[in-house]
Design a protein around this ligand. Structure first.
Ligand SMILES: Cc1cc2nc3c(=O)[nH]c(=O)nc-3n(C[C@H](O)[C@H](O)[C@H](O)COP(=O)(O)OP(=O)(O)OC[C@H]3O[C@@H](n4cnc5c(N)ncnc54)[C@H](O)[C@@H]3O)c2cc1C
Length: 450
Protein backbone atom coordinates (compact mmCIF):
# COMPACT_ATOMS: atom_id res chain seq x y z
CA UNK A 1 0.00 0.00 0.00
CA UNK A 2 1.24 3.48 -0.79
CA UNK A 3 -0.37 5.60 1.90
CA UNK A 4 -2.16 4.90 5.19
CA UNK A 5 -3.63 7.22 7.83
CA UNK A 6 -3.13 6.65 11.56
CA UNK A 7 -5.77 8.37 13.67
CA UNK A 8 -4.44 9.13 17.15
CA UNK A 9 -7.08 9.63 19.84
CA UNK A 10 -5.86 8.86 23.36
CA UNK A 11 -2.92 6.69 22.44
CA UNK A 12 -0.47 9.58 22.24
CA UNK A 13 2.82 7.68 22.00
CA UNK A 14 5.19 6.19 19.46
CA UNK A 15 6.25 3.18 21.61
CA UNK A 16 3.93 0.18 21.63
CA UNK A 17 1.35 1.84 19.43
CA UNK A 18 -0.24 -0.96 17.37
CA UNK A 19 -2.10 1.43 15.02
CA UNK A 20 1.11 3.32 14.18
CA UNK A 21 3.32 0.21 14.02
CA UNK A 22 0.92 -1.66 11.72
CA UNK A 23 0.45 1.31 9.40
CA UNK A 24 4.22 1.83 9.11
CA UNK A 25 4.73 -1.89 8.43
CA UNK A 26 2.04 -2.02 5.73
CA UNK A 27 2.30 1.32 3.91
CA UNK A 28 5.15 3.12 2.18
CA UNK A 29 3.99 6.45 3.60
CA UNK A 30 1.90 7.29 6.65
CA UNK A 31 -0.13 10.31 7.75
CA UNK A 32 -0.16 10.46 11.59
CA UNK A 33 -3.30 12.50 12.31
CA UNK A 34 -4.89 14.02 15.39
CA UNK A 35 -8.20 15.84 15.00
CA UNK A 36 -9.17 18.43 17.60
CA UNK A 37 -12.89 17.72 17.90
CA UNK A 38 -14.98 20.72 19.00
CA UNK A 39 -17.78 18.34 20.05
CA UNK A 40 -15.56 17.22 22.93
CA UNK A 41 -15.52 20.11 25.40
CA UNK A 42 -12.26 19.21 27.13
CA UNK A 43 -11.98 20.89 30.58
CA UNK A 44 -8.84 22.97 31.32
CA UNK A 45 -6.74 20.38 33.17
CA UNK A 46 -7.15 17.72 30.52
CA UNK A 47 -6.82 20.32 27.75
CA UNK A 48 -3.41 21.27 29.16
CA UNK A 49 -2.29 17.66 29.54
CA UNK A 50 -3.51 16.90 26.02
CA UNK A 51 -1.65 19.90 24.59
CA UNK A 52 1.60 18.78 26.26
CA UNK A 53 1.07 15.24 25.02
CA UNK A 54 0.45 16.30 21.41
CA UNK A 55 3.54 18.46 21.47
CA UNK A 56 5.60 15.50 22.70
CA UNK A 57 4.04 13.18 20.13
CA UNK A 58 4.87 15.60 17.33
CA UNK A 59 8.46 15.76 18.61
CA UNK A 60 8.63 11.93 18.73
CA UNK A 61 7.37 11.64 15.16
CA UNK A 62 9.68 14.42 13.91
CA UNK A 63 12.64 12.58 15.46
CA UNK A 64 11.71 9.75 13.08
CA UNK A 65 11.52 11.99 10.04
CA UNK A 66 7.73 12.27 10.21
CA UNK A 67 5.26 14.72 11.75
CA UNK A 68 1.94 14.92 13.53
CA UNK A 69 -0.75 16.41 11.31
CA UNK A 70 -3.29 18.39 13.33
CA UNK A 71 -6.74 19.27 12.03
CA UNK A 72 -9.84 20.79 13.65
CA UNK A 73 -13.40 19.63 13.02
CA UNK A 74 -15.36 16.43 12.76
CA UNK A 75 -12.78 13.60 12.97
CA UNK A 76 -14.59 11.41 10.44
CA UNK A 77 -14.88 14.19 7.85
CA UNK A 78 -11.24 15.20 8.37
CA UNK A 79 -10.02 11.61 7.94
CA UNK A 80 -11.96 11.19 4.69
CA UNK A 81 -10.74 14.55 3.35
CA UNK A 82 -7.10 13.64 4.02
CA UNK A 83 -7.52 10.10 2.72
CA UNK A 84 -9.03 11.39 -0.51
CA UNK A 85 -6.27 13.96 -0.90
CA UNK A 86 -3.41 11.53 -0.28
CA UNK A 87 -5.00 8.51 -1.96
CA UNK A 88 -4.76 6.56 1.30
CA UNK A 89 -5.83 2.93 1.05
CA UNK A 90 -6.33 2.31 4.76
CA UNK A 91 -7.05 3.98 8.08
CA UNK A 92 -5.75 2.62 11.40
CA UNK A 93 -7.27 3.57 14.76
CA UNK A 94 -7.20 2.09 18.28
CA UNK A 95 -10.64 0.75 19.30
CA UNK A 96 -12.22 2.65 22.20
CA UNK A 97 -15.18 2.10 24.49
CA UNK A 98 -17.00 5.29 25.53
CA UNK A 99 -20.35 5.88 23.88
CA UNK A 100 -18.92 8.84 21.95
CA UNK A 101 -15.86 6.90 20.76
CA UNK A 102 -17.93 3.87 19.75
CA UNK A 103 -20.26 6.03 17.66
CA UNK A 104 -17.31 7.83 16.07
CA UNK A 105 -15.88 4.46 15.13
CA UNK A 106 -19.18 3.32 13.61
CA UNK A 107 -19.40 6.49 11.49
CA UNK A 108 -15.78 6.09 10.44
CA UNK A 109 -16.53 2.53 9.45
CA UNK A 110 -19.48 3.62 7.27
CA UNK A 111 -17.62 6.48 5.60
CA UNK A 112 -14.50 4.43 4.93
CA UNK A 113 -16.65 1.72 3.35
CA UNK A 114 -18.45 4.31 1.22
CA UNK A 115 -15.06 5.62 -0.01
CA UNK A 116 -13.55 2.17 -0.47
CA UNK A 117 -10.91 2.73 2.20
CA UNK A 118 -10.02 -0.15 4.53
CA UNK A 119 -10.49 0.55 8.25
CA UNK A 120 -8.43 -1.41 10.74
CA UNK A 121 -9.28 -1.13 14.43
CA UNK A 122 -6.29 -2.12 16.58
CA UNK A 123 -5.78 -2.66 20.33
CA UNK A 124 -3.82 -0.06 22.31
CA UNK A 125 -5.84 1.38 25.19
CA UNK A 126 -5.82 -1.59 27.56
CA UNK A 127 -3.55 -4.47 28.59
CA UNK A 128 -6.26 -6.97 27.66
CA UNK A 129 -8.70 -5.46 25.13
CA UNK A 130 -12.41 -5.43 25.98
CA UNK A 131 -14.16 -8.46 24.55
CA UNK A 132 -11.06 -10.69 24.72
CA UNK A 133 -12.22 -12.24 27.99
CA UNK A 134 -15.67 -13.78 28.37
CA UNK A 135 -17.04 -15.30 31.59
CA UNK A 136 -17.35 -19.08 31.47
CA UNK A 137 -21.00 -18.93 32.55
CA UNK A 138 -21.97 -16.79 29.55
CA UNK A 139 -22.52 -13.06 29.02
CA UNK A 140 -20.54 -10.56 26.98
CA UNK A 141 -18.47 -9.15 29.87
CA UNK A 142 -17.41 -9.77 33.46
CA UNK A 143 -19.64 -8.09 36.04
CA UNK A 144 -17.55 -8.96 39.09
CA UNK A 145 -13.88 -8.11 39.45
CA UNK A 146 -12.28 -11.15 41.15
CA UNK A 147 -13.02 -13.71 38.39
CA UNK A 148 -12.04 -11.08 35.84
CA UNK A 149 -8.69 -10.59 37.62
CA UNK A 150 -8.03 -14.34 37.52
CA UNK A 151 -8.85 -14.51 33.80
CA UNK A 152 -6.81 -11.34 33.14
CA UNK A 153 -3.68 -12.82 34.71
CA UNK A 154 -4.05 -16.04 32.73
CA UNK A 155 -4.77 -14.31 29.39
CA UNK A 156 -2.13 -14.35 26.65
CA UNK A 157 -0.97 -10.75 26.34
CA UNK A 158 0.02 -9.51 22.89
CA UNK A 159 3.74 -8.73 22.41
CA UNK A 160 4.52 -4.98 22.55
CA UNK A 161 5.14 -3.18 19.22
CA UNK A 162 8.52 -1.46 18.91
CA UNK A 163 8.48 2.25 18.06
CA UNK A 164 9.02 2.68 14.31
CA UNK A 165 12.55 3.77 13.40
CA UNK A 166 11.29 6.01 10.56
CA UNK A 167 7.96 7.55 9.60
CA UNK A 168 7.65 8.87 6.05
CA UNK A 169 4.84 11.40 5.59
CA UNK A 170 3.65 12.32 2.05
CA UNK A 171 4.92 15.76 0.92
CA UNK A 172 2.68 18.81 0.80
CA UNK A 173 0.50 18.20 3.87
CA UNK A 174 0.45 21.22 6.19
CA UNK A 175 1.16 20.02 9.76
CA UNK A 176 -1.37 22.37 11.40
CA UNK A 177 -1.00 24.14 14.74
CA UNK A 178 -0.82 22.41 18.09
CA UNK A 179 -3.72 23.38 20.37
CA UNK A 180 -3.31 25.53 23.49
CA UNK A 181 0.43 25.56 23.98
CA UNK A 182 0.36 29.06 25.50
CA UNK A 183 0.20 30.21 29.10
CA UNK A 184 -1.82 28.56 31.86
CA UNK A 185 -5.53 28.91 31.14
CA UNK A 186 -8.06 30.07 33.75
CA UNK A 187 -9.46 27.10 35.63
CA UNK A 188 -6.28 25.09 35.28
CA UNK A 189 -4.90 23.57 38.49
CA UNK A 190 -1.70 25.23 39.72
CA UNK A 191 0.13 21.97 40.42
CA UNK A 192 -0.79 19.93 37.35
CA UNK A 193 1.73 17.35 36.09
CA UNK A 194 3.22 17.98 32.65
CA UNK A 195 1.88 15.61 29.99
CA UNK A 196 3.66 13.77 27.19
CA UNK A 197 5.33 10.48 26.34
CA UNK A 198 8.81 11.43 27.60
CA UNK A 199 7.46 12.72 30.92
CA UNK A 200 5.28 9.60 31.26
CA UNK A 201 8.09 7.16 30.50
CA UNK A 202 10.47 8.94 32.89
CA UNK A 203 7.85 8.72 35.63
CA UNK A 204 7.14 5.06 34.83
CA UNK A 205 10.83 4.09 35.01
CA UNK A 206 11.39 6.00 38.24
CA UNK A 207 8.30 4.32 39.67
CA UNK A 208 9.24 0.78 38.62
CA UNK A 209 12.79 1.11 39.94
CA UNK A 210 11.75 2.84 43.17
CA UNK A 211 8.51 3.15 45.14
CA UNK A 212 6.81 0.18 43.44
CA UNK A 213 8.54 -2.18 45.87
CA UNK A 214 6.58 -0.65 48.76
CA UNK A 215 3.32 -0.36 46.87
CA UNK A 216 1.26 -2.73 48.93
CA UNK A 217 2.29 -1.16 52.24
CA UNK A 218 2.08 2.41 51.12
CA UNK A 219 -0.67 2.72 48.55
CA UNK A 220 -3.37 3.70 51.03
CA UNK A 221 -1.26 6.22 52.92
CA UNK A 222 -2.81 9.56 52.09
CA UNK A 223 0.08 11.69 53.31
CA UNK A 224 2.71 9.31 51.91
CA UNK A 225 1.51 10.00 48.36
CA UNK A 226 3.33 6.87 47.22
CA UNK A 227 1.24 5.73 44.28
CA UNK A 228 2.57 5.94 40.73
CA UNK A 229 0.58 9.00 39.58
CA UNK A 230 0.64 7.49 36.11
CA UNK A 231 -3.12 7.73 35.68
CA UNK A 232 -3.19 10.77 33.39
CA UNK A 233 -0.35 9.31 31.28
CA UNK A 234 -2.41 6.12 30.96
CA UNK A 235 -5.57 8.13 30.26
CA UNK A 236 -3.91 9.83 27.28
CA UNK A 237 -1.86 6.81 26.28
CA UNK A 238 1.48 8.55 26.79
CA UNK A 239 2.47 5.32 28.55
CA UNK A 240 1.40 1.93 27.20
CA UNK A 241 -0.58 0.00 29.84
CA UNK A 242 0.68 -3.25 28.32
CA UNK A 243 4.36 -2.32 28.56
CA UNK A 244 3.83 -1.02 32.09
CA UNK A 245 2.10 -4.24 33.18
CA UNK A 246 4.79 -6.41 31.57
CA UNK A 247 7.54 -4.40 33.27
CA UNK A 248 5.80 -4.46 36.65
CA UNK A 249 4.46 -7.99 36.86
CA UNK A 250 7.59 -9.82 37.93
CA UNK A 251 8.96 -7.18 40.27
CA UNK A 252 8.32 -7.22 44.03
CA UNK A 253 4.80 -5.83 44.62
CA UNK A 254 4.28 -5.82 40.84
CA UNK A 255 1.26 -8.13 40.99
CA UNK A 256 -0.54 -5.77 43.36
CA UNK A 257 0.14 -2.87 41.01
CA UNK A 258 -1.03 -4.93 38.01
CA UNK A 259 -4.24 -5.60 39.90
CA UNK A 260 -4.95 -1.87 39.69
CA UNK A 261 -4.23 -1.89 35.95
CA UNK A 262 -6.67 -4.79 35.73
CA UNK A 263 -9.34 -2.64 37.44
CA UNK A 264 -8.80 -0.15 34.63
CA UNK A 265 -9.28 -2.87 32.02
CA UNK A 266 -12.25 -4.22 33.95
CA UNK A 267 -14.11 -0.93 33.69
CA UNK A 268 -13.15 -0.68 30.01
CA UNK A 269 -14.88 -3.97 29.27
CA UNK A 270 -17.89 -3.00 31.41
CA UNK A 271 -18.18 0.27 29.47
CA UNK A 272 -17.83 -1.46 26.11
CA UNK A 273 -20.80 -3.63 27.04
CA UNK A 274 -22.75 -0.90 28.88
CA UNK A 275 -21.97 2.39 27.13
CA UNK A 276 -24.52 4.33 29.20
CA UNK A 277 -22.35 3.89 32.31
CA UNK A 278 -21.83 7.64 32.87
CA UNK A 279 -25.55 8.36 33.00
CA UNK A 280 -27.53 5.24 33.89
CA UNK A 281 -27.34 2.96 36.95
CA UNK A 282 -25.57 -0.25 35.94
CA UNK A 283 -27.71 -2.23 38.37
CA UNK A 284 -30.90 -0.26 38.93
CA UNK A 285 -32.16 -0.81 42.45
CA UNK A 286 -28.90 -2.43 43.63
CA UNK A 287 -28.28 0.34 46.15
CA UNK A 288 -31.58 -0.46 47.84
CA UNK A 289 -34.86 1.43 47.56
CA UNK A 290 -33.00 4.68 47.15
CA UNK A 291 -34.31 8.14 46.55
CA UNK A 292 -31.32 10.35 45.84
CA UNK A 293 -31.60 13.71 47.59
CA UNK A 294 -32.41 16.73 45.47
CA UNK A 295 -33.83 19.40 47.80
CA UNK A 296 -32.46 22.93 48.24
CA UNK A 297 -30.48 21.94 51.37
CA UNK A 298 -28.89 19.16 49.36
CA UNK A 299 -27.81 21.59 46.66
CA UNK A 300 -26.10 23.67 49.38
CA UNK A 301 -24.45 20.49 50.64
CA UNK A 302 -23.35 19.64 47.11
CA UNK A 303 -21.84 23.11 46.69
CA UNK A 304 -20.02 22.75 50.01
CA UNK A 305 -18.72 19.34 48.94
CA UNK A 306 -17.48 20.68 45.60
CA UNK A 307 -15.76 23.61 47.33
CA UNK A 308 -14.09 21.38 49.94
CA UNK A 309 -16.02 23.13 52.73
CA UNK A 310 -18.05 20.30 54.26
CA UNK A 311 -16.46 20.81 57.67
CA UNK A 312 -15.17 17.21 57.62
CA UNK A 313 -11.38 17.68 57.26
CA UNK A 314 -10.52 14.42 55.49
CA UNK A 315 -13.27 15.01 52.91
CA UNK A 316 -12.29 18.63 52.38
CA UNK A 317 -8.61 17.71 52.01
CA UNK A 318 -9.44 15.35 49.14
CA UNK A 319 -11.59 17.86 47.31
CA UNK A 320 -9.02 20.59 47.74
CA UNK A 321 -6.27 18.31 46.47
CA UNK A 322 -8.40 17.83 43.37
CA UNK A 323 -8.80 21.60 42.88
CA UNK A 324 -5.08 22.27 43.41
CA UNK A 325 -3.59 19.41 41.40
CA UNK A 326 -6.23 18.03 39.03
CA UNK A 327 -5.57 14.77 40.90
CA UNK A 328 -6.86 13.09 44.03
CA UNK A 329 -5.39 10.13 45.92
CA UNK A 330 -7.44 6.94 45.36
CA UNK A 331 -8.27 6.55 49.04
CA UNK A 332 -9.50 10.16 49.14
CA UNK A 333 -11.60 9.53 46.01
CA UNK A 334 -13.28 6.68 47.85
CA UNK A 335 -13.83 8.72 51.03
CA UNK A 336 -15.20 11.79 49.24
CA UNK A 337 -17.41 9.70 46.94
CA UNK A 338 -18.78 7.62 49.80
CA UNK A 339 -19.45 10.78 51.79
CA UNK A 340 -21.41 12.36 48.92
CA UNK A 341 -23.47 9.34 47.98
CA UNK A 342 -23.79 7.20 51.08
CA UNK A 343 -23.64 9.78 53.86
CA UNK A 344 -25.34 12.78 52.21
CA UNK A 345 -27.47 10.62 49.90
CA UNK A 346 -26.67 12.80 46.86
CA UNK A 347 -26.84 11.27 43.38
CA UNK A 348 -23.48 9.86 42.21
CA UNK A 349 -23.87 11.62 38.85
CA UNK A 350 -23.15 15.00 40.52
CA UNK A 351 -19.91 13.64 41.89
CA UNK A 352 -19.01 11.99 38.61
CA UNK A 353 -19.40 15.32 36.79
CA UNK A 354 -17.31 17.24 39.31
CA UNK A 355 -14.47 14.70 39.01
CA UNK A 356 -14.85 14.65 35.22
CA UNK A 357 -14.42 18.41 35.08
CA UNK A 358 -11.28 18.55 37.23
CA UNK A 359 -9.33 15.29 36.98
CA UNK A 360 -6.43 15.25 34.53
CA UNK A 361 -6.98 11.48 34.41
CA UNK A 362 -10.77 11.90 34.09
CA UNK A 363 -11.98 8.99 31.99
CA UNK A 364 -15.53 7.83 31.32
CA UNK A 365 -14.94 4.16 32.16
CA UNK A 366 -12.81 4.53 35.30
CA UNK A 367 -14.64 7.55 36.64
CA UNK A 368 -18.21 6.33 36.14
CA UNK A 369 -17.31 2.73 36.97
CA UNK A 370 -15.79 3.75 40.30
CA UNK A 371 -18.55 6.21 41.18
CA UNK A 372 -21.17 3.55 40.59
CA UNK A 373 -19.09 1.05 42.55
CA UNK A 374 -18.93 3.39 45.57
CA UNK A 375 -22.59 4.44 45.28
CA UNK A 376 -23.66 0.78 45.20
CA UNK A 377 -25.30 0.92 41.76
CA UNK A 378 -22.36 -0.59 39.87
CA UNK A 379 -20.19 -3.69 39.82
CA UNK A 380 -19.45 -5.68 42.99
CA UNK A 381 -22.29 -3.98 44.92
CA UNK A 382 -22.16 -4.15 48.70
CA UNK A 383 -25.27 -2.45 49.99
CA UNK A 384 -23.91 -1.74 53.49
CA UNK A 385 -20.50 -0.42 52.42
CA UNK A 386 -20.23 3.08 53.86
CA UNK A 387 -16.86 4.59 54.70
CA UNK A 388 -16.78 6.45 58.00
CA UNK A 389 -14.66 9.59 57.42
CA UNK A 390 -13.36 9.49 60.99
CA UNK A 391 -12.29 5.87 60.85
CA UNK A 392 -10.76 6.36 57.42
CA UNK A 393 -8.86 9.40 58.69
CA UNK A 394 -7.60 7.46 61.72
CA UNK A 395 -6.39 4.59 59.50
CA UNK A 396 -5.02 6.39 56.47
CA UNK A 397 -4.01 9.85 57.78
CA UNK A 398 -3.15 8.99 61.33
CA UNK A 399 -0.80 11.93 61.88
CA UNK A 400 -3.03 14.39 60.04
CA UNK A 401 -0.36 15.35 57.49
CA UNK A 402 -2.68 14.98 54.49
CA UNK A 403 -5.26 17.29 56.05
CA UNK A 404 -2.53 19.73 57.11
CA UNK A 405 -1.21 19.81 53.52
CA UNK A 406 -4.50 20.71 51.89
CA UNK A 407 -6.54 22.45 54.61
CA UNK A 408 -4.28 25.25 55.85
CA UNK A 409 -6.91 26.58 58.30
CA UNK A 410 -6.26 23.45 60.38
CA UNK A 411 -2.47 23.37 60.02
CA UNK A 412 -1.91 24.36 63.66
CA UNK A 413 -3.85 21.33 64.99
CA UNK A 414 -2.30 18.02 66.01
CA UNK A 415 -3.70 14.55 65.36
CA UNK A 416 -6.10 13.10 66.21
CA UNK A 417 -7.98 16.37 67.01
CA UNK A 418 -7.29 17.73 63.52
CA UNK A 419 -9.82 15.25 62.13
CA UNK A 420 -12.66 16.45 64.36
CA UNK A 421 -12.25 20.21 64.92
CA UNK A 422 -15.89 20.47 66.01
CA UNK A 423 -14.80 18.93 69.32
CA UNK A 424 -12.60 21.94 70.14
CA UNK A 425 -13.76 24.64 72.57
CA UNK A 426 -15.91 27.14 70.75
CA UNK A 427 -13.48 30.08 71.07
CA UNK A 428 -10.69 28.04 69.50
CA UNK A 429 -13.04 26.83 66.77
CA UNK A 430 -13.97 30.36 65.84
CA UNK A 431 -10.30 31.31 65.44
CA UNK A 432 -9.84 28.59 62.85
CA UNK A 433 -12.36 30.02 60.36
CA UNK A 434 -13.24 26.50 59.30
CA UNK A 435 -16.90 25.57 58.67
CA UNK A 436 -18.90 23.41 61.09
CA UNK A 437 -19.62 19.88 59.81
CA UNK A 438 -22.50 19.50 57.34
CA UNK A 439 -23.62 16.39 59.14
CA UNK A 440 -22.81 14.79 62.47
CA UNK A 441 -20.41 12.07 61.42
CA UNK A 442 -20.04 10.87 65.02
CA UNK A 443 -23.56 9.57 65.16
CA UNK A 444 -24.88 9.54 61.60
CA UNK A 445 -27.19 6.51 61.38
CA UNK A 446 -26.00 5.92 57.83
CA UNK A 447 -22.45 5.24 58.97
CA UNK A 448 -21.28 1.70 59.46
CA UNK A 449 -18.03 0.71 61.10
CA UNK A 450 -15.46 0.50 58.33
C1 LIG B 1 -14.88 7.84 42.67
C2 LIG B 1 -13.63 7.46 41.88
C3 LIG B 1 -13.40 8.03 40.62
C4 LIG B 1 -12.27 7.66 39.89
N1 LIG B 1 -12.06 8.24 38.65
C5 LIG B 1 -10.98 7.86 37.90
C6 LIG B 1 -10.77 8.43 36.61
O1 LIG B 1 -11.55 9.23 36.09
N2 LIG B 1 -9.65 8.04 35.93
C7 LIG B 1 -8.75 7.13 36.45
O2 LIG B 1 -7.74 6.82 35.79
N3 LIG B 1 -8.95 6.57 37.66
C8 LIG B 1 -10.03 6.90 38.40
N4 LIG B 1 -10.22 6.35 39.65
C9 LIG B 1 -9.32 5.25 40.09
C10 LIG B 1 -8.10 5.65 40.93
O3 LIG B 1 -8.49 6.48 41.97
C11 LIG B 1 -7.02 6.34 40.11
O4 LIG B 1 -6.73 5.60 38.95
C12 LIG B 1 -5.72 6.46 40.93
O5 LIG B 1 -5.96 7.18 42.12
C13 LIG B 1 -4.67 7.16 40.10
O6 LIG B 1 -3.51 7.33 40.85
P1 LIG B 1 -2.19 6.53 40.50
O7 LIG B 1 -1.92 6.64 39.03
O8 LIG B 1 -1.13 7.02 41.41
O9 LIG B 1 -2.66 5.05 40.85
P2 LIG B 1 -1.82 3.71 41.15
O10 LIG B 1 -2.25 3.22 42.48
O11 LIG B 1 -0.39 3.91 40.92
O12 LIG B 1 -2.45 2.69 40.10
C14 LIG B 1 -1.89 2.48 38.80
C15 LIG B 1 -2.93 2.66 37.74
O13 LIG B 1 -3.96 1.70 37.86
C16 LIG B 1 -5.20 2.27 37.45
N5 LIG B 1 -6.13 2.23 38.58
C17 LIG B 1 -5.83 2.26 39.89
N6 LIG B 1 -6.95 2.14 40.62
C18 LIG B 1 -7.97 2.05 39.76
C19 LIG B 1 -9.38 1.91 39.91
N7 LIG B 1 -9.98 1.82 41.10
N8 LIG B 1 -10.14 1.89 38.79
C20 LIG B 1 -9.58 1.98 37.57
N9 LIG B 1 -8.25 2.09 37.38
C21 LIG B 1 -7.46 2.13 38.45
C22 LIG B 1 -4.92 3.70 37.05
O14 LIG B 1 -4.73 3.75 35.65
C23 LIG B 1 -3.62 4.00 37.79
O15 LIG B 1 -2.85 5.00 37.19
C24 LIG B 1 -11.35 6.71 40.41
C25 LIG B 1 -11.59 6.16 41.69
C26 LIG B 1 -12.71 6.53 42.41
C27 LIG B 1 -12.95 5.89 43.76
Amino acid sequence: MDVAIVVFTRDLRVHDNPALATAVARARQVVPLFVVDPALAVPPNRARFLADSLKALRAGLRDRGGDLVIRRGDPVAEVITLATRTGAGAVFIAGDVSRYAARRQQRLNRECAAHRIALEVTPGHAVVPPGDLRPAGGGDHYRVFTPYWRAWQAAPWRPPCPAPSAVDVPAGIGPGDLPGTGARSPGQAAALLAGGERAGLDRAHAWLDGPLKEYDDQRDSLAGDQTSRLSAYLRFGCVSPLVLAREALHRPEGAQFCRQLAWRDFFHQVTAAFPGIAAVDYRPGAAGPRQWSAGAGDLDALDAWRAGRTGIPIVDAGLRQLAAEGFMHNRARMITASFLTRTLGIDWRHGYRHFRDLLADGDVASNAGNWQWVAGTGNNPRPGRVLSPLRQAARFDRDGDYVRRYVPELASLAAPGIHAPWRLPEARRRQLRYPPPLIDVNISPRLSHR
